[in-house]
Design a protein around this ligand. Structure first.
Ligand SMILES: Nc1ncnc2c1ncn2[C@@H]1O[C@H](COP(=O)(O)OP(=O)(O)OP(=O)(O)O)[C@@H](O)[C@H]1O
Length: 629
């Protein structure tokens, strides 16, 4: 094709398709705030304050005690400050000589100065205490979310909305950065408001309700705005989740070659921007609503504020309160007003936080419910036999089972090969055998014990799995091999595992041998080739010396020498364990004692290699195709 033709084709090509509309359905697609009344929303604030206090208490008791002490000092100093101001006003506004007025007011003024200093000091110490709590609280909640996800039954990943709820929970973690600050500011403003309001009520009983009316619209406005923000956030959760995943895929150096050499950059950046624009559109669509809320609440607040000052002026001018009291009232009104505004702003922030914390908590609760609850029995001793009886497994949302009534017996010392077309259920079958998934129907038993009754950790202590797609951990070579096993100071078994997969030369070539960090992106890190990574994954499984060894396409990226070495090794250690090899390279199944052929989730043929090549079935056909070049 000439370059002119290429250009012409590009000119006439249809525009990029926009990202798919991502909406998940089911119970989690409903915004939990949609039906909630304003009163119920406000009622959440004390609840969330208690939760923040509980979380903080668990994180750092002394800092919480310090924080509470500071709150008390703030409140007391606010009351002392106002009372002393009232005392100072009387002599200051009297008819005496200036020097006498100042002398008489001096003790009260000194109390004012001391109370102000105390209040400021308490504020600074409270900030210090809050800074001690916040980072650890964030780490606690963040780690709780990570741990919860790692500990759920693997089947939970396929449940509708699980990953979006995880994304929503992440927002709760982010909010923990500001939640103690918000709660602390809310509490100290509340205390200042109560004390200043109390003093004000003593001066004139009418003032407090008027002041409340002046700030209440701002409070209502702030809570309603938080509600709108949350609605937008909720509508964007699924898109943000996918955008986050795509961001990682598009920017991680592992896929950099593919992105560049296949000229994917334009579409990926367009896609990313289009999804961001979609989120922005939802956010912008909400802006007029928040503007309306803000304007209306300011208008109502302004009206009542004018009424407050008007009332104060009227009380003073009509002689209902004397000038000294009026002057103190001005200070009290200012203090109460500032405190009330802070209460309202921080109260709304606490409410806003409560929404995200609620999501986080409900995700953690859901994840706890999805943690394995299988039974207390354990797998002890060597794995002698694994049996499957009519095992069926269907992924959520799928209309056909991935494994559909498989019966099988595996005995120690045997090698089983599983073959079959893509999507025929091979990997799912291995997940059932290892107990990663429990069958919907039928039974999987290890040494005669049904896996539904066995604590899964005791099963997985006996398994070694090389999955088709394995993780390339950004850890040192040593940890990449020993990951999942108890730590040991002795490198001998690590080197044995390295030698078993023919990796010694490559490890010796690395700058720091077993201590080399296998992460190209990190300073000082190194990278391995695809085949060498696959050898690392195999050595990880062999290092475990498992009772059940499962290798799902373990050598797909290896050179023939490497592949031969691995299969020799599998044969050499097969006597002590059950071994399963999933492969499309049918030649490799020669090492197996027994081969099963899967089609549409069922076993359609089985036998030894020689049986199957002469049976004239799918196996023989696939083998012939693989040799037809
Ligand atoms: N996590 C999952 N969620 C939903 N469906 C899945 C999941 N994993 C696999 N499936 C579906 O289950 C069926 C069997 O998949 P499985 O991965 O077990 O096949 P396989 O034989 O190992 O395929 P391959 O040879 O391509 O590795 C397929 O229809 C697949 O789409």
């Amino acid at each position: 094709m000439t370059s002119a033709e290429t250009h012409e084709q590009q000119d006439t090509a249809p525009p990029f398709p926009p990202p798919a509309e991502i909406t998940y359905s089911g119970q989690y697609s409903v915004n939990p705030l949609a039906e909630v009344s304003f009163r119920r929303m406000c009622a959440q604030i004390p609840k969330v304050l208690r939760r923040i206090a509980r979380l903080s208490w668990r994180t750092d008791r002394r800092a919480v005690q310090l924080l509470l002490g500071c709150q008390v000092i703030t409140g007391v100093s606010a009351a002392v400050l106002l009372t002393a101001t009232a005392e100072a006003m009387e002599p200051i506004l009297s008819e005496d000589a200036v020097a006498d007025r100042l002398r008489s007011a001096l003790p009260a003024l000194m109390v004012v100065a001391l109370a102000a200093a105390l209040s400021r000091g308490a504020g600074s110490v409270a900030t210090y205490a809050e800074r001690r709590i916040t980072p650890r609280l964030t780490t606690e909640t963040d780690s709780a979310v990570v741990e919860a996800v790692c500990r759920v039954e693997a089947a939970a990943y396929a449940v509708d909305g699980f990953s979006d709820r995880q994304e929503a929970a992440e927002m709760g973690v982010i909010r923990t950065h500001v939640m103690v600050t918000d709660a602390q500011r809310f509490m100290s403003a509340l205390i200042r408001m109560i004390t200043a309001g109390g003093v004000l009520s003593v001066l004139n009983v009418l003032m407090l309700p008027l002041l409340l009316l002046a700030v209440l619209p701002a409070g209502v406005g702030a809570v309603l705005t938080a509600r709108v923000d949350y609605e937008t956030h909720y509508a964007n959760v699924a898109d943000r989740n996918v955008r986050g995943m795509m961001r990682w895929w598009a920017t991680t150096s592992k896929y950099g070659d593919e992105v560049r050499a296949n000229s994917m950059t334009d579409y990926l950046t367009y896609w990313y921007r289009a999804l961001s624009d979609r989120c922005d559109r939802r956010t912008l669509a909400a802006a007029p609503r928040t503007l309306r809320i803000s304007l209306l609440s300011s208008l109502a607040g302004g009206f009542f504020l004018v009424a407050v000052w008007g009332a104060l002026a009227w009380l003073a001018v009509s002689g209902r309160i004397d000038l000294a009291v009026a002057a103190t009232a001005v200070v009290a009104v200012q203090t109460t007003l500032a405190a009330l505004s802070q209460v309202v702003i921080n109260g709304a922030a606490v409410f806003h936080t409560s929404l995200y914390l609620g999501d986080m908590q409900s995700f953690l609760d859901d994840a706890a419910d999805r943690a394995p609850q299988r039974g207390p029995r354990t797998v002890t001793g060597p794995v002698e036999e694994i049996t499957l009886e009519e095992a069926v497994y269907q992924y959520p949302g799928k209309d056909k089972p991935a494994v559909d009534g498989v019966s099988l017996t595996l005995r120690r010392g045997e090698i089983l090969a599983i073959v079959g077309a893509n999507g025929s259920g091979k990997s799912t079958l291995t997940r059932l055998i290892t107990g990663i998934y429990l069958p919907d129907k039928g039974k999987v038993a290890w040494n005669g014990t049904d896996l539904t009754e066995v604590a899964p950790a005791t099963v997985w202590a006996n398994t070694g799995l090389v999955p088709q797609i394995f993780a390339q951990w950004p850890l040192r070579v040593r940890e990449n091999i020993t990951l999942g096993q108890p730590r040991t100071h002795d490198d001998t078994p690590v080197w044995e595992a390295v030698d078993a997969v023919g990796l010694r030369e490559a490890v010796d070539d690395l700058p720091a041998g077993l201590d080399t960090l296998l992460a190209r992106d990190i300073f000082g890190g190194s990278e391995l080739s695809g085949g060498l990574w696959q050898r690392v994954a195999c050595s990880r499984a062999l290092y475990r010396k498992p009772g059940l060894l499962i290798l799902d396409e373990p050598t797909s990226q290896m050179d023939p020498r490497g592949e031969h070495g691995i299969f020799e090794q599998i044969k050499a250690i097969a006597a002590d364990r059950i071994t399963i090899v999933v492969t499309h390279r049918l030649e490799n199944t020669k090492i197996a004692d027994h081969i099963i052929v899967m089609e549409h989730g069922r076993i359609t043929e089985q036998g030894s290699y020689d049986d199957l090549i002469h049976a004239g079935g799918t196996f023989a056909e696939l083998l012939e195709l693989s040799q037809d070049r």
